[in-house]
Ligand binder design. Structure first.
Ligand code: FAD
Ligand code: MLT
Ligand code: ZN
Length: 479
C-alpha cells in the first residue's frame, strides 16, 4: 500500500487538522534536539482525544507502520525521532494539552499527556501548590515526554524524579487497549504497579495520554546561595552538612565549573558577577511553605559552618528576587551556552554520592591523557550524584565527526569509570536510539532479559517506537 493511501486512512480517522504530511511542516519534528540525527516520516499525526490515539494505534498496527510518540522533542537520546526507513509515523500529543482536574485537598493534578510542563506548574501555583518537577526545557517539554524519560531536573534531591510524582495514568497499548487508571491514590497495593512500566519507557510500551501527578505545598520562603568552592572541597560532606543542618529543606544543590559558568554568561549583556571558587561553584536553595521559618538565618549558619570547615572560599546569599533569578539564569543558561559554542559531547553520568570526588579525579586524568587540549563543561545535579560531564566541541571542528570520535573512544573510558564506581551512563536523559549500545555494554544481563520480556509482553509486534531501547524477543519458528 502506498504512503498516500496510508495518509488518507489516517485522515479519515482524525480529520484534516490531525494529519500533517507537508514535508516542510514535517521537518520540524524529524530532527532530534541535539541535531545529531534526522529521521524520515510520511506524516505527523496529532490526535485530539484518547480514542483517536487508540484508533491510530490499531490502524498503524494493521498497516505495519511503527509509531514514535512525541511531546516537546526536547530529549537528548533520539527517542522522539523516527528512524530513516520512512516507515514510522510520529504521534504528537500537542493537541492534547488540557488540565483535566486540580484537587487542592488531595494535592493532585490530572492532565492530558500533551500538557506543557510549565503550564501544569502555573496551574498548580494558581491554587497555592507546587508541581515539583523543574528543568530547563519546562517551557516546551510535555508531561508525556517527562514520563517517557523519567525526567529529573533541579529539585530531585527533595522531591524525587517524575516516577516519584506519578499517581495515576492513562495509556494506550499497542493493540489499542486503553489503560485507564487515573486515580489520585497514594496507597494502592493491588498487584503490579502498571503505571510505572511507562516511566522511562521512552514510548516503547504504549502512548501515555493522561497522568495524575502529586503536588506539594507551594514554597512561600526561599533562601538561595551561591557557594564558591575551595579546591578539592569535600563535596559529599558539604552536601551532608547542608542536608542535616537544614533538616532537609534543601531543594537544589547544583554544581558548576568555571568553564560552564563562562559559557552561560558569554552572551549575557549584563552578566552577574558570579564566579566559581578554585573548586567550582554550587547553587544551593532551601525552600519552605511555612511563614514561621527564617530560612536566610538558617542558610547563613550553614554557610558559616562550611567556611569554617574549609570547603568553601566564599558565599553569597541572594538578597532579592532579582539576585536569586540571576543565580538561576546562570545555571539554566549552560546548555544553551554549550550549544552556541558548537555543542558538546554529553555524558549524563551518575555515581553514588560517596564516589563523586573519585569520579571527578579519575575522569580528569582520563581526559588529560586522551587529549590535554580538550575543554570540558562539567556541571549538574551533584546532590543526586548526577553530573553532566560534557566535552566541548572545538569551535572549528566538524561537530558530527568530533562527536563520533569522542563517543567511540573517550566516552567509553568515562562510562567505564562511572560503571566501575557503581554508576551509570545515563542518569536522567534515557537510552533512546543513541545509547542502545551502552545499555548492551553496561546493562546487567538479567535486567536486559527482563526488559526484553516486558517489551515482548506489551508490544510483541514492535509497533511502539521500534528501534528505541530494546526490541521484543523473536518468536521461535515452529519445528
Ligand atoms: P520528547 O523529547 O518529545 O520525548 C521523549 C521520549 O518520550 C521519546 O522516546 C518519546 O517517544 C517518548 N514520549 C513522548 N511523549 C510520550 C507519550 N505521550 N507517551 C509515551 N511516550 C512518550 N532532562 C532531565 O531529566 N533533567 C533536566 O534537568 C533536563 N534539562 C534539560 C534542559 C534543556 C535545555 C533541554 C533541551 C532538555 C533537558 N532535559 C532534561 C531533557 C529531558 O528529557 C526533556 O526535556 C523532557 O523530559 C522530555 O520531554 P519532551 O516532551 O520534550 O519529550
Ligand atoms: C541540565 O541539567 O541542564 C540538562 O539536563 C543537561 C543539558 O542540557 O545538557
Ligand atoms: Zn540535567
Amino acid at each position: 500500500m502506498s504512503q498516500s493511501v496510508h495518509v488518507r486512512a489516517f485522515r479519515n480517522l482524525l480529520g484534516g487538522g490531525g494529519v500533517v504530511d507537508d514535508p516542510e511542516r514535517i521537518a520540524a519534528y524529524t530532527t532530534d534536539q541535539r541535531q545529531l540525527f534526522t529521521g524520515s516520516t510520511f506524516a505527523v499525526l496529532k490526535p485530539a482525544t484518547t480514542k483517536q490515539v487508540a484508533d491510530i494505534v490499531r490502524l498503524a498496527a494493521h498497516l505495519g507502520v511503527g509509531i514514535v510518540p512525541q511531546g516537546g522533542n526536547t530529549s537528548y537520546c533520539g527517542g522522539a525521532t523516527p528512524d530513516a526507513s520512512g516507515r514510522q509515523i510520529i504521534v504528537s500529543l500537542e493537541r492534547m494539552d488540557k488540565i483535566r482536574e486540580i484537587d487542592p485537598v488531595s494535592m493532585t493534578i490530572a492532565v492530558d499527556a500533551g500538557a506543557i510542563l510549565k503550564n501544569v506548574q502555573d496551574t498548580a501555583a494558581g491554587v497555592g501548590l507546587l508541581l515539583p518537577l523543574s528543568l530547563g526545557a519546562e517551557g516546551s517539554c510535555r508531561i508525556g515526554g517527562n514520563i517517557g524519560t523519567n525526567a529529573g531536573g533541579l529539585s530531585v534531591i527533595r522531591y524525587g524524579m517524575t516516577r516519584d510524582l506519578l499517581l495515576g495514568i492513562e495509556a494506550v497499548l499497542s493493540d489499542g487497549t486503553v489503560v485507564s487508571d487515573m486515580r489520585k491514590l497514594r496507597k494502592n497495593n493491588t498487584g503490579y504497579d502498571v503505571k510505572q512500566c511507562f516511566v522511562g519507557s521512552e514510548g516503547t510500551l504504549g502512548i501515555v495520554t493522561g497522568a495524575v501527578l502529586r503536588l506539594a505545598p507551594l514554597p512561600t520562603r526561599r533562601a538561595t546561595a551561591w557557594l564558591m568552592l575551595a579546591r578539592d572541597a569535600a563535596l559529599a560532606e558539604l552536601l551532608a552538612l547542608v542536608r542535616r543542618e537544614s533538616t532537609d529543606l534543601l531543594t537544589t544543590f547544583e554544581f558548576m565549573t568555571a568553564r560552564s559558568i563562562a559559557l552561560a554568561t558569554a552572551a549575557m549583556t549584563d552578566p552577574p558577577g558570579l564566579r566559581a571558587g578554585s573548586g567550582g561553584a554550587v547553587l544551593v536553595e532551601f525552600d519552605s511553605s511555612s511563614r514561621h521559618l527564617d530560612l536566610d538565618e538558617l542558610m547563613q549558619a550553614v554557610l558559616a559552618e562550611a567556611i569554617e570547615a574549609g570547603w568553601i572560599e566564599d558565599a553569597f546569599l541572594a538578597q532579592s528576587g532579582s539576585q536569586r533569578t540571576a543565580m538561576w539564569q546562570v545555571r539554566e543558561a549552560i546548555p544553551e551556552g554549550e550549544k552556541r559554542r558548537n555543542g558538546s559531547v554529553k555524558h549524563d553520568i551518575s555515581v553514588p554520592l560517596s564516589s563523586i570526588r573519585r569520579f571527578l579525579d579519575l575522569a580528569d586524568t582520563q581526559v588529560r591523557s586522551y587529549d590535554a587540549d580538550l575543554e570540558l563543561s562539567v556541571y549538574g545535579h551533584i546532590g543526586d550524584g548526577n553530573l553532566h560531564y560534557n566535552v566541548l566541541v572545538p569551535p572549528d571542528a566538524d561537530r558530527m565527526e568530533f562527536t563520533r570520535r569522542i563517543e567511540s573512544s573517550l566516552s567509553l573510558q568515562l562510562y567505564d569509570t562511572a560503571a566501575a564506581l557503581g554508576g551509570t551512563f545515563s542518569a536522567e536523559h534515557g537510552v533512546g536510539r543513541f545509547k542502545k549500545h551502552l545499555l548492551e555494554r553496561y546493562g546487567d544481563v538479567g535486567r536486559i532479559a527482563a526488559m526484553h520480556r516486558i517489551k515482548t509482553a506489551f508490544d510483541p509486534a514492535d509497533v511502539m517506537n521500534p528501534g528505541a531501547i530494546v526490541r521484543p524477543l523473536r518468536k521461535e519458528p515452529a519445528s
